[in-house]
Write a protein that binds this ligand. Structure first.
Ligand SMILES: *[C@@H]1O[C@H](CO)[C@@H](O)[C@H](O)[C@H]1NC(C)=O
Ligand SMILES: *[C@@H]1O[C@H](CO)[C@@H](O)[C@H](O)[C@H]1NC(C)=O
Ligand SMILES: *[C@@H]1O[C@H](CO)[C@@H](O)[C@H](O)[C@H]1NC(C)=O
Ligand SMILES: *[C@@H]1O[C@H](CO)[C@@H](O)[C@H](O)[C@H]1NC(C)=O
Ligand SMILES: *[C@@H]1O[C@H](CO)[C@@H](O)[C@H](O)[C@H]1NC(C)=O
Ligand SMILES: *[C@@H]1O[C@H](CO)[C@@H](O)[C@H](O)[C@H]1NC(C)=O
Ligand SMILES: *[C@@H]1O[C@H](CO)[C@@H](O)[C@H](O)[C@H]1NC(C)=O
Length: 756
């Protein structure tokens, strides 16, 4: 496993403990079909139910009780409400008529301008002109709020807001509704859940204004407009723009510096559905939770029913397997890759020696020559402190924390600059002091130079940006890996998009860097994480939505996945930094790296209806109550239970640990594809060989006579009941004549067993 060092510009979610009040927030699912006719609406029924379960004694406990136990009544995302309940009230509620289920409100974690060129987006041809840059598609972003003054929200030249839009721009602390425009068409905030958790809280910025920066960054990554001469202290200079510069943005702030809770997030999704967003972008998630207990999965089911495309982040807990969140079958789950851009500094030594190393130091640095000294592992802090006015060179000896210890030691010693020789390390984020990270061979040259001179000197030039880096993209170490905890039979993540060192807009009053002890400000910032990868896909999905308004979310997802790239810019398989640069497997990057131009013309799509998702839930053997919680319906049709969703990827588990040696089994997948190309066409199947497995496709030729015609096929994988390899993989491709379309799906065979 590769070591990694991230200077996360961290978003910390404060956990608030309420010692006094025993009441806690719950999201409660109700069966509306049993609501007595006497109630005119669901809210009055919920209020009545709550007062019936609430003993008088609660008012006598001398605790600061919120006026109403009811926090939110939800209209779309669930049938039910959120409320603050004592254990006794919760128990009483469980016996109330119409009660289905409840989960405790949970804290949520965020997964924290060149990328458009890297993805091949071009004003003249391809996805941008065909989709009219995503014109009029509305992207709802659930995040930390927005900095509306950013140039990236400039609405010059945009047409009037579509009349179907029902959203609003809410005023509040330092936020005037006049701050919205034709680009940023909505801004709302949701904090009732947070306040119910801590009734005494003072929210410092009670409005949609972003006090963290994350939401400004993600929303402009998805749909920021053109900003010339954008840069981060001289790095990544150029014209910045989002993936869908013609799309509109609506911000739903549900993540606060004071805390973030699912009750607020699903209220935001509920409102976004009412307002009429087309795409939802959520760079956040809940780890290790079943679908029927994951409010985000449940709320997005409602969004899919309304044909809203949902893009989510996989999480930053890689490179271990089974770390992924949002492994929800109806959303798109995005992994983070690198771009072909590096930020570097040049170390000049001797008369003609010079090497480049990774660097993202935002401060100014003297162009003078300094003495340079080799300090081995830089673990002797006394010795480091004795070295004044010198560039120190450190060799990373390897080990879990050795590099971050070295970096800390040099920073604390106050040396002029640090040169860190590292091996295969995935580094991202700003450094608060002049630091440069060299590959071993370059480091060796520097160390040789130092050792062979009596008074060695060197200089460093920071703030350089290099494009065309090869190989790229690569899978980042931190991106969370599948299989999905909540639904292992659907291969996750789905796709990879740029997530490393992404430049996007930033609030000008929030620190974008720290140099020495000083905070620096900038209207753009460079961040890394699956949080940054997710909005890239949200923007590209908006382009597809503009081009094909009638396509279902599943059809758009399929187009994105089956046209993605598995090959990097050197023509080799995409590599995984977290796996010692071995070829990346689909549990890390999904189907491949997103290719927006190809996604516009996928040829065939694997579509799925809401009933297909219901069949999947039935296949998971969920109880009627769990089904009802997710689908909001008390009459789910479970006549066709199936774990085999019509999905553009395949995962086959060969994990029977009790199997007799050499015994084999055949796993079958039934799929259907819809011809979205024009007219008739003939597709032939080809499968890349997978070691120890026999993969068959029947039939292996599909003849389509008309657009939107559907054809079915069966893919079977024969192999040992217990596979030796943790993961083996290959690809199924459907190709029409002349390879005009290649519809490619990953096939994963694995011996993993999800332990719950
Ligand atoms: C909001 O902005 C408008 C137009 O700039 C101004 O007239 C109004 O007074 C502002 N409202 C508040 C509450 O600041
Ligand atoms: C771009 O911005 C930099 C720093 O903000 C400034 O020095 C430079 O003059 C700008 N260039 C153009 C062409 O506007
Ligand atoms: C770096 O130099 C520029 C131009 O002289 C100046 O505007 C900026 O404040 C300096 N940055 C720091 C961190 O001192
Ligand atoms: C650390 O460096 C100091 C000063 O150069 C030296 O006296 C000491 O022996 C070193 N410690 C170790 C463990 O090498
Ligand atoms: C669901 O139940 C059936 C019948 O008992 C069983 O064969 C199947 O393995 C179960 N599926 C899951 C996902 O547990
Ligand atoms: C359930 O779905 C099946 C097809 O999958 C259909 O034949 C049947 O009529 C449905 N049952 C109900 C009650 O809708
Ligand atoms: C399993 O197969 C291997 C290789 O084909 C063979 O050497 C071995 O004897 C087999 N074991 C059993 C128990 O049949």
């Amino acid at each position: 496993m590769t070591k990694h060092l991230y200077f996360w510009f961290s978003f910390t979610i404060s956990f608030i403990f309420i010692k006094l009040a025993k009441a806690e927030n719950y999201i409660v699912h109700m069966d509306l079909s049993v609501m007595p006719k006497a109630f005119s609406n669901q809210q009055s029924w919920y209020l009545d139910t709550l007062s019936s379960v609430s003993p008088q004694s609660r008012a006598e406990t001398n605790i600061n009780i919120p006026f109403s136990k009811l926090i939110y009544t939800y209209n779309h995302v669930i049938r039910g409400f959120s409320a603050s309940l004592t254990p006794a009230e919760l128990e009483a509620l469980k016996n109330a008529p119409g009660y289905v289920s409840s989960v405790k409100d949970r804290s949520v974690k965020l997964d924290t301008t060149h990328s458009f060129k890297f993805l091949g987006l071009n004003s003249g041809t391809g996805a941008w002109p065909v989709s009219n840059f995503g014109k009029d598609v509305i992207i709802g972003v659930i995040d930390t709020g927005v900095w509306p003054e950013s140039e990236s929200f400039n609405d010059n030249g945009m047409s009037d807001v579509p009349s179907r839009w029902k959203g609003a721009c809410e005023s509040g602390t330092q936020f005037n509704s006049s701050l919205c425009n034709k680009k940023l068409i909505g801004a709302r905030s949701f904090s009732k859940g947070l306040i119910a958790h801590n009734p005494d809280i003072t929210i410092s910025m009670n409005s949609p204004r972003d006090t963290e920066g994350h939401g400004t960054h993600t929303s402009t990554t998805a749909a920021g407009t053109y900003v010339k001469n954008a840069s981060y202290f001289g790095y990544a200079t150029g014209t910045a723009r989002g993936m869908a510069p013609g799309a509109r943005v609506a911000m739903y702030k549900a993540l606060w510096n004071e805390g973030s809770f699912t009750s607020d997030i699903i209220a935001a999704i509920d409102q976004a559905i009412t307002d009429g967003v087309d795409v939802l972008s959520m760079s956040l998630g809940l780890d290790e939770v079943e679908l029927y207990e994951d409010p985000i999965a449940i709320a997005t089911f409602a969004a899919i029913e309304k044909n809203i495309f949902v893009s989510t982040s996989a999480g930053n807990e890689g490179p271990d397997v089974e770390t992924l969140h949002n492994g929800t079958p109806w959303v798109l789950t995005v992994a983070a890759g690198t771009m072909d851009r590096d930020f570097v500094a040049t170390l000049n030594f001797g008369s003609k020696g010079s090497v480049n190393g990774w660097a993202l130091y935002p401060g100014n640095f003297s162009s003078s020559q300094f003495s340079i000294v080799f300090m081995d592992a830089c673990d002797n802090t006394t010795a480091l402190r004795e070295v004044k006015q010198k560039i120190v060179v450190c060799q990373d000896p390897g080990g879990d924390d050795s590099l971050s210890d070295q970096v800390n030691n040099v920073q604390l010693a106050g040396n002029t600059a640090g040169v860190f020789i590292v091996n295969n390390v995935d580094i991202s984020g700003q450094t608060p002091f002049p630091a440069i990270f060299l590959e071993q061979k370059d480091g060796d040259a520097v160390v040789d130079f130092i050792k062979s001179h009596t008074d060695p000197k060197a200089s460093i030039e920071f703030k350089k940006t290099i494009l065309g880096i090869k190989p790229s993209p690569r899978v980042t170490t931190y991106t969370s890996r599948g299989p999905s905890y909540s639904c292992p039979s659907v291969l996750k993540p789905d796709i990879m998009a740029p997530g490393d060192s992404v430049l996007a807009a930033w609030p000008t009053n929030i620190g974008a860097a720290v140099v020495n002890e000083d905070t620096l400000f900038s209207n753009f910032n460079i961040l890394s994480g699956t949080s940054m990868a997710c909005p890239h896909v949200s923007g590209i999905a908006a382009l597809l939505k503009a081009a094909y308004p009638d396509w279902s979310p599943a059809a758009i997802r399929s187009a994105l996945m089956t046209t993605s790239d598995q090959i990097d810019n050197t023509g080799s398989p995409i590599k995984d930094i977290g796996e010692n640069l071995r070829a990346a497997n689909p549990l890390a990057m999904g189907a491949g790296h997103i290719n927006p131009n190809k996604a516009l013309d996928p040829g065939l799509v694997y579509d799925a209806t809401v009933q297909d998702y219901v069949n999947l839930l039935c296949g998971l053997n969920f109880t009627a109550q769990q089904m009802k919680t997710i689908t909001k319906s008390s009459s789910n049709n479970c006549s066709n239970p199936s774990l085999d969703l019509n999905y553009p990827s395949f995962i086959a588990f060969f994990n029977d640990r009790d199997a007799k040696p050499n015994s084999t089994t055949v796993l079958e997948f039934q799929r259907s594809v819809t011809n979205v190309g024009d007219g008739s066409s003939t597709y032939r199947a080809s499968v890349t060989p997978i070691k120890r497995l026999k993969v068959r496709v029947e039939p292996d030729v599909l003849v389509f006579r008309a657009k939107y015609e559907k054809k079915s096929f069966k893919l079977s994988v024969e192999g040992p009941r217990q596979l030796k390899e943790a993961v083996s993989f290959g690809y199924l491709s459907w190709e029409d004549g002349g390879r005009r379309h290649v519809v490619k799906s990953p096939i994963v065979a694995t011996s993993y067993k999800i332990e719950k």
